[in-house]
Design a protein around this ligand. Structure first.
Ligand code: NDP
Ligand code: CA
Length: 317
């Protein structure tokens, strides 16, 4: 019975932690860009102090290393050098790819553009190749990006393809169409670079499960499924979209409360099995001002999933 479970926390830090070679713990999080969060988002009930970088940075690091993930996919990163320095002490290295015309550039006191980043544990993986892409919509470059890494599990030689993205924000019919076009371009990018390796595609898709881009991901040649939806599934025939959690972001802006699911970890269902996913805090735990808050640094929750690499690739679904 696959139920949502709390993963067991690894309390002694990540620097010497070794996970078994066929298990993959994936961490996905839109960390909330410092410049955007402070100057752009206008969270209506969030105290100013909660948005200070000196307050947020420790909470962000704590959240990332709490479960010692093997792979870390992040969006809205505008302090990559800080993350790289601190995560190096915990056994990680990573890469960053900025948005070409990041909205951060237009904010006073910005720390450079925001973008996507992937980190991985150096005692588990060797980096074989990195590719970055500015996503295209009808063959024209957009302001959204994707970052891809081919990683080799050192102990077994197995290769995996890890991809992260942050699709166009905001919600109307045209933007849903644009996100779907970005999704198609993303799948082409995977096809050209991942080959037949198992894929982990984690990101902020800015799209609820009813949007076309969600179906586009599931209909892909790469045989992708959504980790949280699969972990909730119980063979009653409901579609994947109906199985997604109720929210991955929960915030209050002047226009009201926004509580919906737009972040996902997609994976190759022929080559990987979902074992557990980390549940999100409940409304009563996060409080009525929602997030970000003094105790939680982003308006998005982190998604954490344990996968197992199938050792017999001829196994059926
Ligand atoms: P997106 O629509 O993809 O959004 C960019 C960021 O804004 C995302 O990180 C998103 O976060 C966040 N966001 C979404 N909704 C809101 C909201 N209601 N309030 C505050 N922040 C929000 O933008 P693009 O990257 O395509 O860039 C275009 C944007 O950049 C323009 O909308 C403009 O604001 C800004 N810009 C300004 C310029 C200028 O001032 N001269 C020039 C160029 C760009 P999330 O994904 O978490 O929702
Ligand atoms: Ca945001």
């Amino acid at each position: 019975d696959l139920k949502m479970k709390k993963l067991s926390a690894v309390t002694k830090g990540c620097s010497n932690y070794i996970s078994s070679p066929n298990s993959l713990r994936v961490f996905q999080w839109n960390i909330l860009s410092q410049a955007l969060g402070k100057e752009n988002d206008n969270f209506a009930k969030c105290p100013d102090e909660a948005l200070d970088w000196n307050h947020r940075k420790y909470l962000i690091i704590e959240e990332i290393i709490e479960y010692c993930p093997d792979i870390i996919c992040l969006q809205e990163v505008d302090h990559f050098n800080f993350l790289k320095l601190v995560l190096a002490t915990q056994g990680y290295t990573g890469m960053f790819f900025p948005k070409p015309d990041s909205p951060c550039f237009y904010i006073d006191g910005n720390n450079g553009p925001d973008g996507c980043a992937i980190f991985f544990r150096t005692n588990k993986f060797e980096l074989l190749r990195t590719e970055a892409r500015i996503l295209e919509i009808w063959r024209i470059q957009s302001n959204q990006v994707a970052l891809l890494m081919i990683l080799k599990v050192k102990e077994t030689g197995r290769e995996i393809c890890v991809v992260t993205t942050h699709l166009k924000a905001k919600h109307n019919a045209l933007l849903a169409t644009l996100r779907n076009e970005q999704g198609k371009d993303l799948l082409d990018f995977l096809k050209r670079n991942c080959g037949d390796r198992p894929v982990i595609l984690a990101g902020d898709f800015n799209a609820e499960p009813v949007e076309p881009v969600y179906s586009t991901m599931l209909a892909s040649e790469q045989n992708l499924a959504s980790a949280y939806a699969e972990c909730y599934a119980n063979n009653d025939g409901l579609p994947s979209a109906a199985r997604e959690p109720p929210y991955t972001t929960w915030k209050i802006r002047d226009a009201g409360e926004i509580c919906h699911t737009i972040d996902y970890i997609f994976y190759s269902k022929n080559q990987l099995d979902v074992e557990t996913v980390l549940e999100f805090p409940e409304g009563s735990e996060i409080g009525e001002a929602r997030v970000p808050s003094l105790s939680y640094p982003s308006d998005h929750f982190s998604l954490v999933c344990d996968f197992r690499l199938r050792t017999n690739t001829f196994d059926s679904d």
